[in-house]
Design a protein around this ligand. Sequence first.
Ligand code: ASP
Length: 623
Amino acid sequence: MFKTHTCGELRVEHVGQTVTLAGWIDRRRDHGALIFLDLRDRFGITQVTVHAEESPEAHEAASQLRVEYVVQVQGQVRRRPPGFENPNLPTGEIEVVAHRVTVLNPSRTPPFYISGSRGDNVDEALRLRYRYLDLRRPRMTHNMVLRHRVVRAIREFLYDRDFLEIETPHLIKSTPEGARDFIVPSRLHPGKFYALPQSPQQLKQLLMVAGMERYFQIARCFRDEDLRADRQPEFTQLDLEMSFVDAADVRAIIEELMIAVSRQVSDKRIQQIPFPVLTYDQALERYGIDRPDLRFGLELFNVSEQMARSPFGVFRNAVAAGGVVKGVRYPGGAGLSRREIDGLAELVKPYGAKGLAWIGLTGGPDAQGHYPLESLRSPIAKFLDPAEIDALVAVSQAEPGDLLLLIADHPHVANPALANLRLEIGRRTGQIDPDLLAFCWVVDFPLLEWDEEEERWQAVHHPFTSAVDEDWDLLETDPARVRAKAYDIVLNGWEIGGGSIRIHRQDQQMRLFRRLGLDEAEVAEKFGHMLEAFQYGAPPHGGIALGIERIVALYAEAQSIREVMAFPKTATGVDLMLDAPSPVDPVQLAELHIQVIAGDPPAHPGTPEARVSDSPGVAPGGP
Ligand code: ASP
C-alpha cells in the first residue's frame, strides 16, 4: 500500500499517529531549514513539514521537489501551532511532520496552474490538450465527483423501483433522432455500414416488446451534428422506458427521481413541487420558448388584439398579416441610455426581428390613471391612441420607471427574440436566483411540423411518438393540429430531457410513416424490424431520456457541458489530446473497402425526422 490515509482525511484525532500519504506536490514553500509541502490527491490537501535538523534526508529530498511531482511521505501527524491553522482546509488543523520523502515520479513543469483556482481562466484549447492535468484542478475534480454522484443516485433510485439496467449495442442500424448518423464500415460485409446509435430509442422499445417492462441505461449517444455552442458529438443520457404506462406515469417517476437526485447532490432549493406543467402553446405564449426559465417572472405580454386597429401602421400591419404584437417589461429600465436600448435591439436582430419598439414610463400617470405623452419616453408613443397606451400599461402591468419592449412580427420571430430578451433582462436586473432549481414540464407538443425545404411533414420529437388519442383523426386532414403524447422536462431554462408515449400498434405506426412521406419500401427497409415486432403483442409503452451532462452542468453551475465531461471534444468535434479524428493507414482503408475522395462532399439530402425543440440561435439559458 502506498498510503495509509488520503490527503483529505487527517484530523486532530489522528495527532500522534505515524501515517503514509501519497499524492502530487500542489505547492512547495522553502524556508531554508523548514520546507512546507502541500500534498494533494483526489480527496484533498494535507500540509507536510520537513525539518532539516530532524530529518536531513527527507529535507534533502524535499528540497528537490517541484509542483506535480508524485511523492510519498511518511511522517507523524501533529497539531499545527496555534495561529497557524487553515480554516479553509478540512485538514487545516493538522500537519504531517515528514520522516521520509520519496519521489515516485518527477513531473515536467505543467503548462498551466493546477493548484487552487489559478487555472480557471486558462485557454480551453490548452486545457483540452492536457486534459489529464486539467482534471487534477480542484474545480474539475469536483465536477467529476459530482457527475459520479448524480449517476450513482440515479442508479440507486431506479434499482429500488424495479428497473432493469440493460446495455444495448453501439453497432446498430440507423436510429433517427434528427441528426446525422456516425457510420462504421463493416470489414466482413464490404460496402455495408453500421450506424452508432443517436439514442437507444428503437432498442428500448424492442425491450418493451420483449417484456422487460422497466428498463434504463446510462447510454452513450452519438450524433453527427454541425456542432453549435454547447453540443458534443457523443454524450450521455439516462435512457428509460416503461410498459403499461401513460404520460403522467412516466412524468411522475422522473419527477420523483429528479427530486431525489437534487436533494442528494445539491444545496439548491427546488422552486415548486409538483413541477409546474405548461402546454407547449402556453410556454410559447408566456415565455416565447418551449424551455422557459421559471426562476423569475417577467412573462411576455401580448397586445395583438388591442393593436389590431392601431393608427401605428407597424403594429396594425403585423397583426393583419397574421403576426403578433408582443413584448416584455424591463423593470426600472425607463432611464436606460439610448445606447443601452440600442444594445437591446441588437439582441433581437439574430432572430430576424426587424425592430424593437420601446416605451419608457419616465413619469407617472395623471389623476385619471392615464399616462400622458410627457410621462413617456418613446419614439412610437405619439403614434398610438391614448386607449392603446392604457391597454399596454394594463396588460404589461407596467409601473412608473419601467421600460416596455415590443416586437411586431410573426410569432416564430417575435417569440424567440423576446424569450432571449427576457432572459437578458432577468440577468441584468438580478431577478434570477442562482440557488433555485426551477423544474417544469412542457406537454402537448405538436406531433408534426411542416418542413419548408423538403416540402413535407416531419416528426417534431421522433417518428415513434404517439398522437394524443383524440387527434389521430386529424393526421390526414389537419396535421399541424395533431398534438403528441410528448413531454419535455426543463430545468432553469435548459431542456434536460424529453420523451413520449410511443405508438405500439403496427397500423398506427404505418399510418404515421405514410404521413411523413415514407413509402412502403422505405419503411420496410428502415423500420421493418419495428413494424414486425409490433405484430407480436407489443405492450403500450413510453419513456424518456435525460441529458446527464446538462443536469450535472446545472448542479455544478458550469458554463458548458464540456466542464462536466472527462474528455470532451472541441466545438468542431476535435479531440485535442488524442488528436482525433486523424488519417488512418491506407491498408486499414483497403480492408474496409473504402477510398477517400478529396473535395467537398455532396449536399446531404436531410434526415427524414427532425427535432425542433432547440430553435437555432437561441442561447441556452445560462445555469
Ligand atoms: N430517444 C429520445 C431522445 O434521445 C428520448 C425518448 O423519446 O425517450 O431524445
